[in-house]
Structure formats: structure tokens, C-alpha cells
Design a protein around this ligand. Structure first.
Ligand code: DCP
Ligand code: MG
Length: 405
């Protein structure tokens, strides 16, 4: 029998809100929510006292990105409208989101975890998987070292689940939040996993949860006791089989250390619905801003794109997308903006605009001066002078055509 793997799932606690509390430590212990960019930032008055925006006074379309555990106790969670949340927690403080700051902390926490356990899969802004199997120490002390390293690098706490696979570890990291460590062995699945609601399995979303409930299946244990045939009848072969395996805690997916992003996008919901002609200036500035942000994202990921797309959601909630594929890959805001203009010209504007989005896809690796110091892009010419080597860039690979190294 082969020994089980040891896979950790690390998830930051109330991530955006916790970063904000580093900036405003005086708010610790209070219900705080992080809204969108449009929320006014706290200000200090003449006496030096901080003035915060309370949820109760909020008017607009902003959404809660996350909330502190104190706000969650009042019923306010990620994804809820700020105005709806205001009814539950009018006294809660609402702060503007600062995505740049969250990305910075995200990088730091991942680097710190990687220093302890280098096999890492990046799962987004605040979560990673780590493969601990080949490491010497015992599992609990590794988990504690990871937490300590993350805390020293960021001042933030995280929760960790460790089990034989990604599916179980993801469930476990959520069992003792915040600041928890949950270790699980295969023999404990029935006792500790089966009593949980089926939706705790990553991949069972609201629709599947509802369908399972209509079959009288609420817990993971009930799902595990249901025959594969019944599941296949209701969910199709692939999903039905996967549901059965997942409920039995089976998952042999590897920890993938490198994944090329397929696309990058930015979108913004407008505070009020805008008219394509009457609000032209405002629309232009919002689109310019989205293009700049997509260009920055590409730069950060060291990618260029060949395809640029736009998304428009109208006041009647209908969505239209258009895209344009260019002959060569690029990543600068001006070229992206030109491609976006081309896409926008192909839209029939039948209603006011509620949301705008810009997407870059068909991504290839980009090499920019100074961004890849480890690469030898300089080649010695026959006459002894140094010339810049011709660089061919393809998806996921970098080749200098005349590299003397
Ligand atoms: N996020 C968001 N919109 C959502 C859900 C999440 O903007 N609908 C952002 C804000 C969160 C971050 O992603 O801080 C991470 O999401 P999590 O689901 O891990 O939530 P938290 O880290 O905030 O809380 P928890 O302690 O439950 O992990
Ligand atoms: Mg989190």
C-alpha cells in the first residue's frame, strides 16, 4: 500500500478586511465590511478623530467583497449588496477596496508559505495548495511553521487544512476558521466529513445543492450513501461519478505548480446606468480606466494578448460581448483601447449601460526590458560588438535566437 500524500490548503482569514485592519487597527473587534472602490475612505477631522462611512447611510450598487467575523455575526457576507447589508448592520463601518494592496499581501503570503513548502499551487488571491508529502517534519509542525511564516511576512492569520488530497483539505481549512489548523486522515472521513452539508464540497454550487435537496440529500454522508446509478441518472455520467467519489473523499488531482492564465479581465458596475450618447465623456473615462488596468495586469503577469474583448451589460440585464483578434500580441493600454473602440462600434446600443468589461485573452509570454534579468538576451556579434538578440516569444516559453550562453 502506498502512503497517503499530505496536501495542505491555506486560506487567509477575512482577507481584504484583515488587510484593512492593518491600516486601521483601531477597528479591530468591530463589524467592518469592505465594499467597492466607490466608497469614501475614512478621514481624520480637525481634532484628529477618524470619521468612517457607516453602512446605514450607504446608497448605491456596491457589493460586500468581504466582512469581518463581527459583521458576519450580524448576517453580512461576501457578495451581498451593501444596501441590503445596511438593513442588517447599519452601524457597521464600510471601507473602500484597495485591490493593489490585497495583491501585494497576496504575493507576500504566498512567498512566505513557499519558503516552508516549495511545491505550491496558486488558487487565487487568498488561497493556495501545498504538497507537504516529501518534507521531513511532522504535519502539525509544518502547518504551524507555515502559519508563523505567513504571519511574520504579513501580520495576517490564515487557516490550514491538511489531508491526503486537495478536495478534503479545502473542506478542512474552513472547519476551524479563523486562525485554525485541521488535520484529517482518510479513516476520519465518515466521522468528520460526512456530517457536513453537501455544499461544503468545492464544486457543489447552489444549483447542485438544490437538486440534491430535491432528492432528499443534504449531507455529504447522505450523498456517499446514494448509489452512483441514481446520481448518474440525475446529474449525468461525469458529474454523477464525481459526486460519488467526492463524497467518499476521493481525489487524486496533483498540486499544479505552474498554470498559465488563459485570460485577464476587468469589469465595473456603474453607479448609475449610463446612456451611450448623453454620457459619452463618463463612459470614455471608465473604458480608458479599464484598459489601463488590463494593461497593468498583463504587465504584472508578464503577458501580452492577441485578443481583446468587451462586455456590456444593459439596464435590462442583457449582456453583449464583442472581441477582436490582432495579428500580433501586445499589451499596452493604447493598443488595447484601440481594439476596444473597434469592438464597441459593433454593438447595437438598445438600452442604458449598467456594466462595462474589458478582457485580454489568447495570452503569450511577454519579455520587457528589465523584467526578466535572468534571461540572457544579449548576443555577441561577429565583430565583437554586443547586439540585442532576436527574441522569439511563444506561449509559456522564451527563446533567445542567438544566445551565446
Ligand atoms: N471576495 C470578493 N467577492 C466575493 C468573495 C470573495 O471580492 N464574493 C474577495 C474578498 C475576500 C477574498 O476574496 O477577502 C477571499 O475570499 P474568501 O472566500 O477566502 O473570504 P475571506 O478570506 O474574506 O474570509 P474567510 O476567512 O472565510 O476565508
Ligand atoms: Mg479567505
Amino acid at each position: 500500500m502506498t502512503t497517503d500524500r499530505r496536501i495542505a490548503h491555506v486560506d487567509m482569514d477575512a482577507f481584504f478586511a484583515s488587510v484593512e485592519l492593518l491600516r486601521y487597527p483601531q477597528l479591530k473587534g468591530q463589524p467592518v465590511v469592505v465594499g467597492g472602490r466607490g466608497v469614501p475612505a475614512p478621514k481624520q477631522d480637525d481634532k484628529g478623530d477618524w470619521q468612517y462611512t457607516r453602512l446605514g447611510g450607504y446608497v448605491g450598487r456596491g457589493v460586500v467583497t468581504t466582512s469581518t467575523y463581527e459583521a458576519r455575526a450580524l448576517g453580512v457576507f461576501s457578495g451581498m449588496g451593501l444596501m441590503q447589508s445596511a438593513k442588517l448592520a447599519p452601524q457597521a463601518i464600510v471601507l473602500p477596496a484597495d485591490f493593489e494592496a490585497y495583491r501585494g499581501y497576496s504575493r507576500r503570503f504566498k512567498a512566505a508559505a513557499c519558503a516552508v513548502a516549495p511545491i505550491m499551487e496558486d488558487r487565487g488571491i487568498d488561497e493556495i495548495y501545498l504538497d507537504l508529502t516529501a518534507l521531513e517534519s511532522n504535519t502539525l509542525s509544518l502547518a504551524q511553521r507555515i502559519k508563523q511564516a505567513v504571519f511574520e511576512a504579513t501580520g495576517l492569520s490564515c487557516s490550514i487544512g491538511v489531508s491526503p488530497n486537495k478536495l478534503l483539505s479545502k473542506i478542512c481549512s474552513d472547519l476551524d476558521k479563523p486562525d485554525g489548523v485541521t488535520l484529517l486522515q482518510r479513516s476520519e472521513i465518515a466521522d468528520r466529513i460526512w456530517p457536513l452539508p453537501a455544499r461544503k464540497i468545492n464544486g457543489i454550487g447552489p444549483k447542485a445543492t438544490e437538486k440534491l435537496a430535491s432528492l432528499g440529500i443534504y449531507t455529504i454522508g447522505e450523498l456517499a450513501q446514494t448509489s452512483t446509478e441514481i446520481l448518474v441518472t440525475h446529474f449525468g455520467r461525469q458529474m454523477g461519478q464525481w459526486l460519488h467519489e467526492a463524497a467518499h473523499g476521493q481525489d487524486d488531482r496533483a498540486v499544479i505548480t505552474h498554470r498559465d492564465p488563459k485570460s485577464l479581465s476587468r469589469e465595473t458596475t456603474l453607479e448609475t446606468n449610463l446612456h451611450v450618447k448623453h454620457d459619452r465623456a463618463e463612459l470614455t473615462s471608465r473604458i480608458d480606466d479599464l484598459c489601463r488596468r488590463v494593461a497593468l495586469d498583463l504587465q504584472q503577469k508578464q503577458r501580452h494578448c492577441k485578443t481583446v474583448g468587451v462586455k456590456v451589460k444593459f439596464a435590462d440585464f442583457s449582456v453583449v460581448t464583442r472581441d477582436l483578434t490582432l495579428p500580433t500580441a501586445m499589451g499596452d493600454a493604447t493598443t488595447i483601447r484601440e481594439a476596444v473602440s473597434d469592438c464597441l462600434k459593433r454593438i447595437a446600443w438598445h438600452d442604458r449601460i449598467r456594466l462595462l468589461g474589458v478582457r485580454a485573452s489568447n495570452l503569450v509570454a511577454a519579455i520587457e526590458e528589465g523584467s526578466a534579468p535572468q534571461l540572457r538576451l544579449w548576443a555577441h556579434r561577429a565583430d565583437g560588438a554586443v547586439a540585442q538578440g532576436e527574441v522569439q516569444v511563444q506561449e509559456g516559453s522564451v527563446q533567445a535566437s542567438d544566445d551565446p550562453a
